[in-house]
Design a protein around this ligand. Structure first.
Ligand SMILES: Cc1ncc(COP(=O)(O)O)c(C=O)c1O
Length: 304
């Protein structure tokens, strides 16, 4: 990890190495936190953060659903996220706000436990590697199912829920794959370990609905809008493993990942095993949108 100089921690900037917590921190024991993953990019218009409002909204919604009351307003967090990028003189960054229960009473009921907030930003390249954009990724169907809406809140980015995602990711990498596709409760496709998933079949695009446990990804929403703007038919639909394997194209979306083609599943090539045409076109359009080159999406750009 490429450390930056400062982390915003409970309202002030501290040196990266001084942003420490006690081992009796509630969230360290019970996974009771929430977080966001946001990107800033060096665009022709200046350093800009993509869909910052939506990320802040999702952070607050995640916190509320897991009973964490953030002791700051959305405006304060919005500004702090911008500040953490500029204070560290970063031109491009991955930004990680984290909301967690600190030290107080132990036990499952977080009573009299302070809610703490940290925001780190650092230089982090393509999550699935630089080659992924051109060559795509090779994935497996995970033996682990995505957290269920009957036992977790999959729409929230809850810290504890990510134990499930790490099980799938580690297992996939141990078996020689780049990442994993996770099924939901009913055995239909939910999403990747840290990405949403789409298929292209006969020039139509589909993606599993959030009822499968898939996160309401911000990149997912952006790609849906981009596809609609190109008059490509796109729908939310339950997908089976067979739908994936018989698709013309499959791709992942996520803030850390970007838009990346999935070129094989369980060792079976998707079509000719190359990143498909529609996927490539969406990758290019997405890059234009997040790099502030497409004025139709300029409301999603926050310049620092
Ligand atoms: C489990 C999971 N699904 C999907 C996504 C993609 O969401 P977004 O596009 O908002 O980054 C992420 C990334 O945060 C994730 O962790």
């Amino acid at each position: 990890m490429e450390k930056s100089d400062f982390i915003w921690f409970d309202g002030e900037f501290v040196d990266w190495d001084s942003a420490q917590i006690n081992v009796m921190t509630h969230t360290l024991h019970y996974g009771t936190g929430v977080f966001e993953g946001i990107r800033a990019r060096n665009t022709e218009k200046g350093v800009s953060i993509f869909r910052l409002n939506d990320h802040v909204d999702r952070l607050f919604a995640s916190a509320e659903s897991y009973n964490l009351k953030i002791p700051y307003t959305k405006e304060v967090i919005f500004e702090a996220i911008k500040d953490v990028v500029s204070k560290n003189k970063l031109e491009s960054a991955y930004i990680r706000p984290l909301v967690f229960f600190g030290e107080g009473e132990m036990g499952l009921l977080p009573k009299d436990v302070p809610v703490r907030v940290s925001i780190a930003a650092w230089l982090w390249g393509a999550y699935l590697g630089d080659d992924a954009v051109n060559k795509g990724v090779n994935v497996c169907i995970s033996k682990w199912r995505r957290i269920s809406p009957t036992s977790f809140i999959p729409l929230a980015k809850g810290v504890g829920g990510y134990m499930n995602s790490t099980l799938a990711k580690i297992d996939a990498v141990d078996n020689g794959y780049d990442d994993a596709i996770m099924l939901g409760d009913d055995g239909t496709v939910a999403e990747g370990s840290g990405q949403n998933i789409f298929i292209v079949k006969n020039n139509n695009i589909s993606t599993p609905p959030n009822s499968t446990g898939a996160l309401n990804g911000i990149t997912r929403r952006t790609v849906i809008e981009i596809a609609k703007s190109k008059n490509i038919f796109i729908e939310e639909k339950n997908l089976t493993v067979e739908d994936l394997k018989n698709a013309d194209e499959v791709f992942f979306t996520g803030t850390a990942t970007g838009v990346v083609g999935v070129v094989s599943i369980d060792g079976d090539d998707i079509s000719n095993g190359r990143v498909g045409e529609i996927t490539s076109d969406l990758i290019n359009s997405y890059e234009d949108v997040v790099n502030a080159k497409d004025d139709n999406f300029k409301s999603y750009i926050t310049l620092i």
